[in-house]
Ligand binder design. Structure first.
Ligand code: AP5
Length: 234
């Protein structure tokens, strides 16, 4: 049950390479502030599973660890952000990932989403994690087939091997968590998303935090950034 649901928040933009903890920390923000998580990776995986036209176009690109073309992303992100549940704020997990996406988002936020009289500037948080640690996190990630709970065989293992503590269901391994695909995802991050990080840093909008600490420590740091921003920014 969310505990902080009265005020407008964000939007919160979580940036960081694959495995930095964007999904993990987004869920903590959702639980605490009661705003939705907009994960472009999840939206795309849903489309792949449903076999939509977007899913068919994205499937092989994602399996190679490359980025889906910007024009395809604007459609799904735009539809999702116009949803009423985003009016109080939202956390973006995995978007923007290119300079063009960042520009598109800035225009979108200027024109839409929040009431014109009551806009909150984005809170941009970069999760910084060492690459060796990212590799451990991605190769150890396991997700419950039934409830979606995320584990890590090395860092946060289940009580009983290869099954969910909550419902006993089996795990699945994300197709793009194979080592050869991971290196291509890191490459896409360095070639395309690093520019987005630099852009927000140049605009003095970026807060970089050390995400190479226990989940709860990182969460507490993120909450303090959001709370400080929403006193001064919103
Ligand atoms: P997406 O699903 O966004 O994947 P990603 O960015 O590669 O990030 P991950 O989900 O792998 O990692 P995460 O940072 O969320 O870490 P997590 O919390 O899960 O994108 C997938 C693909 O979709 C892309 O490659 C691209 O093809 C496409 N795509 C998506 N968005 C796009 C866009 N905007 N434009 C174009 N294409 C797009 O944690 C990972 C593991 O670490 C877990 O096991 C977790 O338990 C563990 N962990 C987390 N935090 C900690 C901690 N503090 N300590 C110890 N373990 C931890």
């Amino acid at each position: 049950m969310a505990t902080d649901t009265a005020r407008k928040i964000g939007p919160v933009i979580l940036l960081g390479p694959p495995g930095a903890g964007k999904g993990t920390q987004s869920k903590k923000i959702v639980e605490h502030y009661g705003i939705p998580q907009i994960s472009t990776g999840d939206l795309l995986r849903d489309n792949v599973a449903l076999g939509t036209s977007l899913g068919l176009q994205a499937k092989s690109i994602m399996a190679r660890g490359e980025l889906v073309p910007d024009e395809l992303m604007y459609g799904i992100v735009g539809v999702r952000l116009r949803n009423l549940d985003c009016k109080r704020g939202f956390v973006l997990d995995g978007f923007p990932r290119t300079s063009a996406q960042a520009e598109w988002l800035e225009n979108f936020l200027r024109i839409e989403v929040f009431d014109k009289s009551d806009k909150c500037p984005p809170i941009v948080i970069q999760l910084v994690v060492d690459y060796n640690q990212l590799l451990v996190r991605l190769t150890g990630r396991r997700t419950c087939l039934a409830c979606g709970r995320v584990y890590n065989l090395h860092l946060n293992p289940p009580l009983v091997s290869e099954s969910c503590d909550d419902d006993g269901s089996k795990f699945y391994i994300r197709e793009d968590d194979r080592e050869e695909v991971i290196s291509s995802r890191f490459n896409a991050y360095e070639q395309q998303t690093r520019q987005v990080v630099n852009h927000y840093r140049d605009q003095h909008q970026l807060v970089a935090i050390n995400a190479d600490r226990p989940v709860e420590t990182v969460t507490a740091h993120i909450f303090s950034v959001i709370d400080r921003h929403c006193v001064h920014g919103c």
